[in-house]
Design a protein around this ligand. Sequence first.
Ligand code: ADP
Ligand code: MG
Length: 441
Amino acid sequence: MKNTNEIWEEVVETLVKEGMTDVTIKTFFKTGIVFPISHDNSTYTIAVENTFTKGYLLKHTNEIERILEQICGSPKKLIIYLNSEIKNRQNGITAEEDTKKDRSGLIKEYRFDNFIVGPSNDFAHAAAVAAAENPGDADYNPLFLYGGVGLGKTHLMHAIGNYIYEKDPTLNIKYISCNNFTTEFINSLNTKKTYDFKEKYKNVDLLLLDDIQYLANKDSTQTEFFNIFNDLMNSKKQIVLCSDRKPSEIETLTDRLVSRMNGGIVADIKFPDLETRIAILEKKAFDFGINVPFEVLNLIAEQSLNNVREMEGLLKKVRMYSKFINKEITLELATEAIKDSLNHDKKPITIELIQEKAAEYFHITVEDLCSKRRGKPLGTYRQIAMYLCKKYLDVTIREIGTKFGGKEHSTVIYSCNVISELIETNPEIREYVTDIEKLLK
Ligand code: ADP
Ligand code: MG
């Protein structure tokens, strides 16, 4: 069975073979704006970075579905989400992770033996191991882990779950995100099944509740959680909680909950230092089964990113690029693959930069953008680019006209006015403009 990523790689390869232009493929790929998410018997889901790409792919849905059917041997419907929708839906857990869950909602890939320990997380790790070895022990109950996004909290939680499960598969382990917990609770109210809801949690041996900062402002869920919490504590069942901040910093969390949460161990996870980051990447590369030279690991780790998940994303990009152009991973190849994310000094905004970014965004060439060709959509793309030049640069209308292939003064003014108006009335145009602005900044 091929996994979701492998299938997508084949789709891209087939598109290339079938003659989709290099520019299109490269812009899609280089900027990392299409992300394979999951697949099942009848669907294949991807997420894309922006509305434009979504529109573009929607136009090619038939082609892609045909290729998917070739690769998978059965018809699949292509589902396209915007990345932001996925993020909202999953809140913290990526969809890819979601598909990996099985027993009790645990992701079996998140284990202690592939969690790299360093000064930033050694205390949290030790506390997690202790809780896993002695679940319910008053010294480690509840265990409260906190720290920024993408630093390994969820990984440690699942590691505890997997460890305990492997020692005793008969135990009732429950991993749930706070938002899902809230939804379950509200559904039980609506369907008058609160009794079932309570019973279900009463019978849990290990409760892993993720991202509990989302309990803020949810009074009735807090009350319900407090009751479950007390029941489980009284019967010496282990509870592990995660949050992006300390209990006392979660606004509107009732004092009694804060004091309960502080009653066991509270451990924070910080951003790992360079050595730990390299070690994490090395481990991930090993798990991916790829050979990555040290200088490439170092390059990725040195990008001052603030979370491990993003770092992993860069490694995946490098891996995919190397597969795609069928060459070994070298420093040169890696630099090319992730050059958009590299931390070089920001380029100053110029007419050329705006043209480059707009062309990249619309999957056309700068020549097209500056050509004499009229008509939609090219004309609109050109108008947007001109509008951005006027908005961001202290240059004359004449200069803009010249740099856009010798356009008349009046054409430039007209373009800028049209787009100013459309921004107010047309959400699609507004989104194109703000997306390109993000690329510039
Ligand atoms: P959080 O819950 O803190 O937002 P996650 O646990 O989801 O973060 O971690 C994000 C990604 O980074 C996961 O793929 C995880 O495996 C990886 N990760 C983070 N810290 C480590 C570490 N110390 N060792 C190995 N992988 C790590
Ligand atoms: Mg998490």
